[in-house]
Design a binder for this molecule. Structure first.
Ligand code: IMP
Length: 194
């Protein structure tokens, strides 16, 4: 079956733009404003992505697409991982999370880390489609750049030119990022879906 439109589970405009840039030819509908907060109670990024996609599918009876992303830092034994959104405290802002990571990393010379994204699609007929990809990089010593969101200003992808994601346009970031890769893999699978 051909998927012509999907409803997004995310209200994050940065994520939505990155998704639109890759999924060309598919109409991307915004997250319904009447839909309340979906609690991310899963133990993994995949569980949380599925949970969000299913909740939006149930609410709209349409094909829904969710993204769940985590930052895993080697020196912090993979933290914050699935808890990336609330690393500093349960209601943390991006700025608080970034400051918290920089503080935790103060005495670590090993700055290696990776971003992982899971893209999940939930179809009203019960089918699911999942794509998971990552990008390796390093945690910068301070924030650089004001583009993007979340931890972008402290993440230097290995395949880049030394700039953080926060210094890149969304097209540049998408060409090497965890989300760009997962979306392209998802888009490829979609052609054979159903
Ligand atoms: P979630 O996927 O929205 O749950 O995101 C988890 C955490 O990772 C949040 O703190 C986001 O701000 C952050 N995050 C998600 N995607 C990205 C990204 O592409 N770059 C930087 N931070 C991100």
């Amino acid at each position: 079956m051909k998927i012509t439109e999907v409803v997004l589970a995310t209200a994050n405009e940065h994520k939505a733009r990155e998704i639109r840039e890759v999924l060309r030819g598919i109409e991307i509908l915004p997250r319904p404003s009447e839909l309340g907060e979906i609690e991310e109670i899963g133990d993994s990024l995949t569980e949380n992505a599925l949970l969000k996609a299913d909740a939006v599918k149930e609410f709209t009876s349409k094909v829904a697409l969710a993204d769940d992303t985590g930052l895993e830092i080697d020196a912090l034994e993979g933290k914050p991982g699935v808890h990336s959104a609330r690393f500093a405290h349960p209601l943390a802002s991006d700025a608080e999370n970034v400051a918290f990571v920089l503080k935790q990393m103060e005495n670590h010379s090993n700055r290696q880390a990776k971003f992982i994204t899971v893209i999940a699609l939930s179809h009203p007929n019960g089918d699911h489609l999942i794509a998971k990809c990552e990008v390796r990089g390093e945690i910068a010593h301070k924030q650089i750049g004001s583009n993007g969101f979340g931890y972008d200003s402290i993440f230097i992808p290995l395949e880049g030119d030394g700039r953080t994601f926060g210094e890149m346009s969304s097209e540049e970031k998408n060409s090497i990022s965890h989300r760009g890769r997962a979306l392209r893999s998802f888009f490829d699978q979609l052609k054979d879906f159903g």
